[in-house]
Ligand binder design. Structure first.
Ligand code: SF4
Ligand code: SF4
Length: 228
């Protein structure tokens, strides 16, 4: 999702590469679940997130969608987002907090019940991506995370993503593809945009991935389907 902001306003003003050490580690968020509630409009999922959730949870897209996702429009493109409409009482030691807009994957201990399979946007936080002509860098949105004491960790390790260089290249391809549509969406005839959205949803989301196969080959096949 495109955000036009001044980097200095949302970050420490620096940009980072995947090999940089950044103050990110929060000891498993112990006692905090702030970014898992009421942030639904920011948590959109890309095809690799869906593959990872399907593989990790043993669910197909329709099952995932029925229990945990919703479709939203971002800059003209329809995509799945994490649903945040669960009412939940979270207990942290002596403290009990009732949340009305919790992620459906948050449990009553304030922990993510799908930690190993959580979407990229959750794995990234409190990092964001800054896209440039030649790829992307990372920014640290240091005021977004409620923990003040964080330990340094290499970004690549923080992201907990196998085949990192393939993943990095995929992120740029996907971003370029979606940006190519969002940049034109406002001026596009309604029927054309509708048909593009239908093709994106069918190809990259509603058609289940073969979780016994590598993701990236399947992604390239699906890109060919929508690129002619
Ligand atoms: S705000 Fe920071 S410490 Fe709190 S849940 Fe999110 S990442 Fe963890
Ligand atoms: S998937 Fe997990 S980490 Fe992400 S918002 Fe939901 S509970 Fe939080």
């Amino acid at each position: 999702m495109k955000r036009i902001v001044n980097i200095e306003d949302i970050s420490d003003g620096r940009t980072y590469d995947a090999n940089d050490m950044v103050k990110l580690g929060v000891e498993d968020c112990n006692g905090c679940h702030a970014c898992c509630c009421g942030t639904g409009e920011t948590l959109n999922l890309d095809p690799y997130d869906i593959y990872r959730l399907e593989a990790g949870l043993g669910l197909d897209f329709r099952q995932l969608f029925a229990g945990h996702l919703e479709l939203r429009v971002a800059d003209g493109v329809i995509m799945p987002f994490l649903r945040m409409d669960k009412e939940l009482t979270v207990t942290h030691g002596e403290l009990k907090v009732t949340e009305k807009e919790a992620c459906t994957f948050l449990n009553e201990n304030g922990r993510c019940s799908i930690h190993d399979h959580r979407p990229a946007i959750c794995r990234l936080f409190p990092l964001g991506r800054l896209y440039e002509e030649s790829g992307h860098k990372y920014i640290l949105m240091e005021n977004e995370c409620h923990k003040e004491r964080r330990i340094k960790i290499k970004i690549k390790k923080w992201l907990e993503t196998p085949d990192f260089s393939k993943y990095d290249a995929y992120i740029d391809t996907w971003h370029g593809f979606i940006t190519g549509i969002t940049d034109r969406a406002a001026a596009m005839p309604e029927e054309e945009l509708k048909s593009i959205n239908k093709a994106i949803l069918e190809n990259f989301y509603f058609t289940d991935y073969d979780v016994n196969r590598d993701f990236y080959g399947q992604f390239q096949e699906r890109m060919k389907n929508v690129s002619h």
